[in-house]
Write a protein that binds this ligand. Structure first.
Ligand code: NAD
Length: 365
């Protein structure tokens, strides 16, 4: 073993079908009895039932949109304050979990959320514990200290220990209902997390192991889950792989593909998963080296070109956009300029300056 590293993973993970039914016990074991649920709209009726069942949940905030806004964070924090909540339970895709994480961080102080968003005020030391319950198989937000929130058209990825969940409940029963196109978008996001954690300049051995495992599981299960809504095994495997994807990038962070996703989302208002997928096959080719070939062999893929080709086929299969001309008329040079200055671009193993990124976006025109 050549490398020195520090590895931490503080989240208590409950994984498996039926685990969500243990929410009451998990809350009680921690002395929690006044949780506020922050969830996507699809989960709102079930969340209301939980309030009525008197299991330690007192209120529900379900006004969550894709690309969640700071105004939703502020409202959820106010609701938690008004109810004297002792924890925030985020149930949904990344949009709901990230809103819950930010709301939990500021609920006890109730200061202007914008000051935290802009970095003008440090997050309070005292914050509510977070329980994170994913209902998509993609972001891995349940195991990261990241919250991605927008204010108007400014989208920020804020990385802060206050956002680390105490508990993650990953119950594939909750993600069985995800529509096929979202299965593909979120699955490609999970694949991007595992690949970028692996090829990040800050990669480290334990994260690498999880990345290889995640990529292998996604290779075997993403198309199955996309094609077969009732393939419970494939959906459960994707829920597991998405969580592993989160663990793969939690410490090394992501790289070029995620750096490019920000301008793509801001200009074209596409989902995070579709934006990451847009350049993922390009970055597989750009970053192909002996290490990546090794991952492809270990994950049962064969080689990097096969991986890149399959990503392209999956995007076509699910109707995701693969050309800039399908998205809008922003010039490759502008996307390149904005991607080049994103801090995550520094993590890419191959240095990508504006000229190299312009060349990449030109090919995708
Ligand atoms: P999402 O949370 O926006 O959900 C997508 C859609 O799927 C929504 O309409 C939602 O209501 C619906 N949905 C969710 N679960 C469902 C279910 N079980 N059945 C039916 N419909 C369901 O999408 P996402 O891809 O999970 O999250 C994207 C967000 O997460 C973006 O804002 C992205 O930037 C962020 N993100 C965060 C992290 C992190 O570490 N915090 C990592 C990656 C991405």
């Amino acid at each position: 073993m050549e490398s020195n590293f520090v590895y931490t993973q503080p989240v208590e993970i409950h994984f498996g079908r039926g685990q969500f039914a243990h929410l009451a016990e998990i809350l009680a074991a921690r002395g929690l009895g006044r949780g506020v649920i922050v969830c996507g709209r699809h989960f709102a009726p079930k969340a209301q039932e939980l309030v009525e069942a008197n299991i330690g949940v007192c209120a529900v905030f379900s006004d969550i949109r894709e690309e969640p806004q700071l105004s939703g964070v502020a409202e959820a924090a106010r609701l938690a304050g008004a109810h004297g909540a002792d924890c925030v339970i985020g149930i949904g895709g990344g949009s709901a979990m990230d809103t819950a994480k930010f709301a939990a961080a500021i609920a006890l102080e109730q200061e202007d959320a914008l000051a935290y968003f802009n970095g003008e005020r440090p997050f309070p030391a005292a914050h509510l514990p977070i329980l994170a319950v994913p209902t998509t198989s993609g972001t891995g937000s349940e195991v990261t200290q990241v919250s991605v929130i927008s204010h108007g058209s400014t989208k920020r990825t804020i990385n802060n220990p206050v956002f680390m969940p105490s508990v993650a409940i990953v119950d594939p029963d909750l993600s069985d209902t995800v529509p096929a196109r979202i299965v593909m978008c979120t699955g490609l996001d999970a694949l991007a997390h595992a690949l970028e954690g692996y090829w990040s300049r800050n990669h480290q051995p334990i994260s690498d192991l999880m990345a290889v495992e995640a990529v292998g599981i996604i290779w075997e299960n993403l198309e199955r889950a996309y094609r077969h809504p009732d393939d419970r095994e494939a959906h459960a495997n994707m829920a597991y792989a998405a969580m592993l994807g989160g663990l793969s990038f939690a410490l090394p962070k992501t790289a070029g593909c995620h750096a490019c996703s920000y301008p793509l989302c801001e200009h074209f208002h596409i989902s995070h998963g579709e934006a990451c997928a847009f350049t993922l096959d390009s970055f597989v080719r750009i970053n192909a080296d002996e290490r990546l070939e090794k991952l492809c062999r270990k994950a049962g893929i064969g080689d990097t070109e096969r991986l890149a080709r399959r990503i392209g086929e999956w995007k076509e299969m699910a109707g995701l956009r693969t050309r800039l001309s399908q998205l809008g008329d922003t010039a490759p040079e502008q996307l390149a300029r904005e991607s080049a200055v994103h801090p995550l671009m520094n993590n890419n193993p191959v240095a990508m300056d504006e000229a190299a990124l312009t060349k990449m976006f030109e090919v995708l025109r």
